[in-house]
Design a protein. Structure first.
Length: 330
């Protein structure tokens, strides 16, 4: 295991080597099969948490609170929680640039998603954001010039098809402003997944995660300051943002959940896990998000999975299994 400048074991281990087409391999021979499977399981858990956030965001933006101020509070709380964990940890070259890029773009993507959900439905937003899954492979090639392996491409194709079956909004008609804004989120997320897989192995996970949330909070603050002079206007965004942020009742519960579970926990875990795999492999696992969202809707809201959703879930799971096969490896 790699050690920090202070002689302590660093987390994650050194996995700053090259891609083998499926996973990131370490200079000393790559992550073990066990470590790789643990990383997969960690990302599955992250996706489970993400599956619950669309409902929370929809409730917030349509009546409970100001979207951008809520986002600022979410990332500010997360940063306050993470800073003591990062205190005294080693700072590595490129940390600031990677934190600004990944964190800043993540904040911008979530801001676009929140604002977009003022004009479109939660189901359409979930579908459009999920288009980052098939976008990841071409973005990864453009950024790294490394071709994904045959197993990852086959798995990604199956998972993307399953995602479309599950998440295609049945009542969707036409494209509106909200759809376009959320589409920007999908493009940003695809790039963030790629950049995170490339950068996360370079840095201590706690310091890098704290840097990401701090930069996301900074972006949320800048956007909020930009719209503040316009809060008296009648448009939906400005009316929503003019609402008070009352930290009580379910809004307080939602805020703590989004800050702690959906930010601190997920950012730490995905930063650690993506150091051990390629961006395309991570994207296959992220396709599980609508599967978990549908299962939670069935469990807590009494909704049933139809035939289309069941087939879609099966294709996503098949894609994950295929991505684990040693296709085309030498």
């Amino acid at each position: 295991m790699a050690r920090s400048a202070r002689g302590e074991p660093s987390w994650p281990p050194d996995v700053t080597g090259s891609y083998d087409g499926r996973r990131m391999t370490a200079p000393g021979g790559g992550a073990s099969r066990r470590d790789a499977l643990v990383a997969d399981a960690v990302l599955v858990f992250v996706t489970l948490l993400w599956g619950s956030t669309f409902v929370v965001n929809r409730v917030v933006v349509t009546g409970d609170g100001p979207p951008l101020l809520f986002l600022l509070a979410r990332f500010s709380i997360a940063t306050i929680v993470l800073l003591p964990m990062a205190w005294g940890r080693p700072h590595t070259p490129g940390l600031l640039a990677d934190s600004v890029t990944v964190g800043g773009l993540t904040g911008a993507g979530i801001a676009l998603q929140l604002v977009g959900q003022l004009f479109t439905t939660a189901s359409k937003a979930a579908f459009i954001v999920g288009l980052s899954v098939p976008l990841t492979a071409p973005v990864a090639y453009l950024v790294t010039r490394k071709r994904p392996g045959a197993a990852n491409l086959a798995g990604l194709t199956l998972a993307s098809a399953g995602f479309v079956l599950m998440a295609w909004p049945g009542a969707a008609s036409g494209i509106n402003l909200g759809d376009l804004l959320v589409g920007g989120t999908a493009v940003i997320y695809a790039y963030v997944v790629v950049r995170l897989s490339v950068a996360s192995g370079r840095h201590d996970v706690r310091v890098f995660t704290a840097g990401q949330t701090a930069c996301a909070a900074a972006v949320a603050l800048l956007v909020r300051l930009a719209v503040t002079p316009l809060l008296g206007r009648p448009e939906a965004l400005f009316r929503a943002e003019a609402r008070p942020l009352l930290l009580e009742g379910r809004l307080l519960v939602f805020l703590l959940y989004m800050a702690l579970a959906a930010t601190v926990v997920t950012f730490l875990l995905m930063t650690w896990a993506q150091a051990k795999m390629s961006a395309t492999h991570a994207a296959v696992i992220y396709a599980l998000e609508p599967v978990f969202a549908s299962l939670m809707a069935a469990a807590f809201l009494g909704e049933r999975l139809g035939a289309r959703e069941s087939w879609g879930a099966g294709l996503v799971l098949a894609g994950i299994l295929v991505s684990e096969l040693p296709l085309g490896r030498r």
